[in-house]
Design a binder for this molecule. Structure first.
Ligand code: ZN
Length: 276
């Protein structure tokens, strides 16, 4: 006891307290479920391309590659003209996107309005793309995009069962990884009329917020209401490279965000704007 008292001399108590505090930090912080693995740099943008449009392979991918930009391609077999290779990519081209280092992700087999389907039907729609990727050696998809922003609690539960890391919605607002559930990641969609709105959106990529763009064909002949003219797309790319934006795929965001922890910790809020 005498010895013990002498160890805890008045001088040493502050030192021991400091040690205890450090130990607390070391043990507590890593298990406290930090959603952010590291701070998100300002000017972080995720580019996503929907529907497996032919111009994604012929126009978009080479332009992105040239600039070292990442991107996520949400592919499907868009009915009824998927087999028309002037309109849509074939699977060999989607495989090529994967080999070029882009993320190939799940947009369901038939661009299904999943919000209206049963769990069994949703699984069938999702599994088709997974099996296709598996058979072609494409990295297994971890990201999902709701076709036509169609969603339901059953869809969210199914994504959870299938262990998807994240899913993209709409909503025209920036993504805050500390607030938005990873199955309800908001985005802006581009079209031929909204260049000013898109540029304004890009300015919101700061203070921990990420801007996600939903882009269809560049150009999109089949769906002119979501057409992004190639010259407009080039202006976006030039703006992003001239202003030193970090242009990533969703997959690459995992450097900053622990999506599993975010999924466990954040609430699903279906009242926020989720459509474009
Ligand atoms: Zn779509």
């Amino acid at each position: 006891m005498e010895q013990f008292r002498s160890i805890l001399s008045a001088k040493e108590i502050p030192f021991l307290k400091a040690c205890a505090f450090l130990l607390f930090l070391l043990i507590y912080l890593p298990v406290n479920g930090q959603i952010l693995k590291k701070p998100i740099p300002d000017k972080t943008v995720v580019l996503t391309f929907d529907d497996g449009v032919a111009s994604h392979y012929s126009n978009v991918a080479p332009l992105l590659k040239e600039r070292g930009f990442g991107a996520t391609f949400f592919v499907c077999e868009f009915p009824p003209n998927f087999i028309d290779s002037t309109k849509y990519m074939n699977w060999r081209q989607m495989q090529q996107l994967d080999r070029m280092g882009f993320e190939v992700a799940n947009h369901t087999h038939n661009h299904a309005a999943v919000g209206k389907l049963s769990e069994e039907e949703i699984i069938r729609e999702i599994a088709y793309i997974e099996d296709k990727c598996d058979s072609l050696g494409i990295t297994a998809p971890i990201s999902f995009a709701y076709p036509g922003y169609s969603m339901s609690e059953t869809v969210l539960q199914t994504l959870d069962k299938k262990d998807y890391l994240l899913a993209r919605a709409g909503g025209k607002r920036a993504y805050n990884p500390l607030e938005d559930h990873p199955y309800l990641i908001p985005s802006w969609a581009t079209d031929s009329e909204n260049e000013a709105e898109t540029m304004k959106a890009l300015s919101q990529a700061k203070d921990g917020q990420i801007v996600v763009l939903t882009i269809h064909g560049v150009p999109d002949m089949e769906h002119p209401w979501v057409n992004t003219p190639p010259e407009m797309f080039l202006r976006y790319l030039d703006y992003l490279s001239n202003n030193e934006y970090h242009v990533l795929s969703f997959e690459q965001l995992a450097v900053y965000i622990d999506f599993k922890k975010a999924r466990n910790q954040l609430n699903i809020d279906l009242d926020k704007p989720l459509r474009n």
